[in-house]
Ligand binder design. Structure first.
Ligand code: 5AD
Ligand code: SF4
Length: 344
């Protein structure tokens, strides 16, 4: 499928179900040919919900005084990582808000301890922390880094992230991660107020340009304790509003698979939140090959409220059954991205 801008935005505006079937099939075939039928499980540990940022869409934003903030200590996090190993996962994902309370050196010792005790692949998702921190953590053994750019529209990005460095800085940080040898992941939100089909088409082109190893795509979910949830963003463009819908999310996932055939693409929690019944399976059949079961201790889980009613893939035989039920199997080993292997 030719991937210049017009066909992408045409697909994004397609609503004929038969034609969409061809997109789902193409994405599923390209997924199978490039990353196979394994579904890799990543144990997600949301270890701190402190955040110094004020992203317009996110419940963890610092101006939101309604949530209870927590920060797990090193032993507690390492304990979760050991559980992930016992469950047979190949990777732990350590995620937090942009939390200056977690010093660069503390994070380095966390990574080092987890590597020593489990040998698992370690993915970090801690926001923009700068080149020195990225280098320190890479030396400590970190393998991968996730940092979504959220939208490729620089003007919209600036409006959604007041007081933060702009989109250029985010791309610069992603480039540093690449130079330091991380597997690099990024992604976007689908249906952000003020975004257009052309923006989403550009997002796809940007995935390819960045040559991403991992791509996370989820629908924007309205959170009442955020400016976007309260409708405070002035959307004065006259474009057709992009739906923050399930179908639009599948379209983006399928197009991301076609644009970046060898990348690892999760079927995201946000998708499972808007369709608890089978969003996860649909995602896996329309381009995705990764799931991220939530390992955050139950006492903290509800406080990591990026958006309301967040679903959780928890470890269970039912989850594994769901994977096998659609003709796939649970991956073993680290599940590195063949995209990075091909590059180096
Ligand atoms: N709806 C869906 N996803 C969200 N995120 C933040 N807020 C929301 C929301 N309201 C996503 C962002 C961020 C990731 C940690 O969570 O894409 O990168
Ligand atoms: Fe903080 Fe990330 Fe939420 Fe922005 S999206 S407020 S950086 S946790």
């Amino acid at each position: 499928m030719e991937l210049d801008k017009n066909p992408i935005s045409a697909w994004l505006q397609e609503d004929d179900t038969d034609r969409l079937e061809t997109l789902w099939h193409a994405a599923d075939r390209v997924r199978r040919e490039n990353v196979g039928d394994a579904v890799h499980l990543r144990g997600l540990i949301e270890f701190s919900n402190h955040c110094q940022r004020n992203c317009f869409y996110c419940g963890l934003r610092s101006a939101n005084k309604k949530i209870r903030r927590y920060r797990m200590d090193l032993d507690e996090i390492v304990h979760c990582a050991c559980q992930a190993k016992d469950l047979g996962y190949g990777t732990v994902v350590l995620q937090s808000g942009e939390d200056p309370g977690c010093s660069d050196h503390w994070v380095a010792s966390l990574v080092r301890t987890i590597k020593e005790q489990t040998g698992l692949a370690v993915t970090l998702s801690l926001g923009e922390r700068g080149r020195d921190a990225f280098l320190l953590w890479r030396d400590a053994g970190a393998d991968r880094y996730l940092m979504r750019f959220e939208t490729s529209n620089a003007g919209l990005y600036a409006r959604l992230h007041p007081g933060a460095p702009g989109l250029e800085e985010r791309f610069r940080q992603l480039l540093w991660l690449r130079e330091l040898g991380y597997e690099v992941g990024s992604g976007v939100l689908v249906g952000l107020p003020g975004s257009t089909h052309m923006d989403l088409a550009n997002d796809i082109l940007m995935f390819a340009e960045l040559d991403l190893d991992m791509i996370g795509i989820g629908p924007w979910i309205k959170h009442e304790s955020t400016p976007l949830g309260r409708g405070e963003l002035q959307d004065n463009t006259d474009h057709k509003r992009v739906a923050a819908s399930e179908t639009m999310t599948y379209k983006m996932m399928a197009l991301a698979r076609l644009a970046c055939p060898r990348s690892n693409i999760p079927s995201t929690t946000a998708l499972a939140t808007i369709n608890a019944e089978n969003g996860c399976e649909h995602g896996l059949r329309r381009g995705a090959n990764v799931l991220m079961p939530n390992m955050t201790p139950a006492v903290h889980r509800a406080d990591y409220e990026i958006y309301p009613a967040k679903a959780c893939f928890l470890e269970s035989s039912e989850q594994r059954f769901r994977i096998e039920n659609i003709g796939r199997y649970v991956g073993t080993g680290r599940g590195d991205s063949p995209n990075r292997d091909a590059r180096i």
